[in-house]
Ligand binder design. Structure first.
Ligand code: NDP
Length: 452
């Protein structure tokens, strides 16, 4: 019998409600089934059992006072998953849906993603069920200060270095960094995604979106294709989506969709740089809703979310490439069928685990060039790693240097995934390639470091 089944069964029995974590762990462990026989040390040292158990989970109360002077209480988390390769590293998510299962799935994915970058980074993730959406700047500041008042004792430049994720951009990182500095009386690189004038790296805001497109370019080159003239679907309108769209426009692609959690815009003419500037102003400064795009550009159409539908009409538009950049499980089986039916031949993930298990299988079975998140969106954490290096040396690198490093890292990750897929699975199965390549480095480090 496979050694995977009892491990997964025990995991599910221990924490029966952690659906997202089970989904992420299953995907990785089934890929690893292909290498277990070749590396008996994995079984001997119980590497899989240890990897699905976080080194530490911190859960804490976050009290803060809203603008009506009423006390609110949220729940904060930091999951420190694996430090075999370096300090825990991974973003903080502020969204109403946050719970321990989502934190664990994200932290687990982060371990393999960080390994793929080739940098010395362990994996972690954190956040809170507090949503900054609709809150005033002062409410967000009070929340962030309270959150950091507990989190500060668990992090450090050589221990755990959080960054941004959904709901955490430059504003939130600034408030959290300020509070850490006040409590510790230290100006150290304990967060990445900082402002460029106070320790942030150039290209960090762009890194996840740009990296996604660099990786996809590498995948497309294997079929002698480019982005020139390709029609692209992008979901989300936050950090990852914005810079994905920016790079796609630069490479001659036509992006026809953008969305938020309320609905999506279809702009048949394509989103150009002027329209993208409008989106960035709307989302980053005005903190408005994507529906306002239709008022500004009346030839476009806005479709509100309809929870009763069994699929998302955004993924039912004729296109060549699709970039899910919003959230987990945003492409269900029907959405995947629609994408394939409409001729999409490239799907690359900006968001973490945006495709359900059945969708992933459909993409692989239909020879879609499918780039899984832990490889395709690793550019963000890679440049965070470069931000840590700049902070340690008190240096500031140029945009060109950071962008060049990012391109090299994404190319290296692509090559590693492709080679591992060829060696252990099917050439071009980037799911197996990424899981196996990311895993081997962590597993070897865990074996070297003994039973900890
Ligand atoms: P942002 O908060 O900047 O943007 C998130 C976008 O997704 C918003 O448009 C948001 O809409 C939408 N969204 C969020 N939740 C849902 C939902 N449940 N249903 C539909 N739409 C939703 O986040 P990021 O762009 O930073 O992150 C997007 C994804 O990329 C996440 O999966 C994140 O984990 C992943 N990622 C991010 C990295 C980074 O560097 N930022 C690095 C690697 C991965 P609304 O405003 O209405 O909530």
């Amino acid at each position: 019998m496979s050694i995977i089944t009892p491990i997964l069964t025990q995991m599910e029995q221990r924490d029966p409600n952690e659906r997202e974590f089970h989904q992420a762990a299953q995907e990785v462990l089934y890929s690893l089934e292909k290498v277990i026989d070749a590396f008996p040390a994995i079984k001997y040292h119980k590497i899989l059992e240890r990897m699905i158990e976080p080194e530490r989970v911190v859960s804490f109360r976050v009290p803060w006072v809203d603008d009506n002077e009423e006390l609110q209480v949220n729940r904060g988390f930091r999951v420190e998953m694996n430090s075999a390769l370096g300090p825990y590293k991974g973003g903080l998510r502020l969204h109403a849906s946050v719970n321990q299962s989502i934190m664990k799935f994200l932290a687990f994915e982060q371990v393999f993603k960080n390994s793929l970058t080739g940098l010395s980074l362990g994996g972690g993730k954190g956040g809170s069920d507090f949503s900054p959406k609709g809150k005033s700047d002062l409410e967000v500041m009070r929340f962030c200060q309270s959150f950091m008042t507990e989190l500060y004792r668990h992090i450090g430049e050589n221990t755990d270095v959080p960054a941004g994720d959904i709901g955490v951009g430059g504003r939130e990182i600034g408030y959290m960094f300020g509070q850490y500095k006040r409590i510790k009386n230290q100006f150290t690189g304990i967060l990445t995604g900082k402002g460029p004038e106070w320790g942030g790296s150039l290209i960090r805001p762009e890194a996840t979106g740009y990296g996604l497109i660099y990786f996809t370019q590498n995948m497309m080159e294997t079929r002698s294709e480019t982005f020139e003239g390709k029609t692209c679907l992008v979901s989300g309108s936050g950090n990852v989506s914005q810079f994905t769209i920016e790079k796609l426009i630069e490479l001659g692609a036509k992006v026809v969709t953008v969305s938020d959690s309320s609905g999506f815009i279809y702009d048949e003419e394509g989103i150009d740089t002027k329209k993208l500037d409008f989106i960035m102003m709307l989302k980053n400064v005005k903190r408005g809703r994507i529906a306002e795009y239709e008022q500004e550009y009346p030839h476009s159409t806005y479709t509100p979310v309809n929870a009763a539908r069994d699929c998302n009409p955004l993924w039912d538009i004729k296109a060549d490439c699709a970039f899910p950049c919003a959230t987990q499980n945003e492409i269900n089986e029907k959405d995947a069928q629609n994408l394939i039916k409409n001729g999409v031949s490239v799907v690359a993930e900006g968001a973490n685990m945006p495709t359900c298990e059945e969708g992933v299988k459909l993409f692989l079975d239909n020879n879609i060039l499918y780039g899984p998140a832990k490889a395709t969106n690793a550019g963000g954490v890679a440049v965070s790693g470069l931000e840590m290096a700049q902070n340690s040396s008190r240096m500031v690198w140029t945009r060109e240097r950071v962008d060049g490093e990012l391109q090299n890292i994404m190319k290296r990750i692509h090559t590693m995934c492709l080679n591992n897929s060829e060696q252990y699975s099917t050439k071009g199965n980037y799911v197996d390639g990424a899981n196996i390549a990311g895993f081997m480095r962590v597993a070897n480090a865990m074996i070297d470091q003994g039973y900890v």
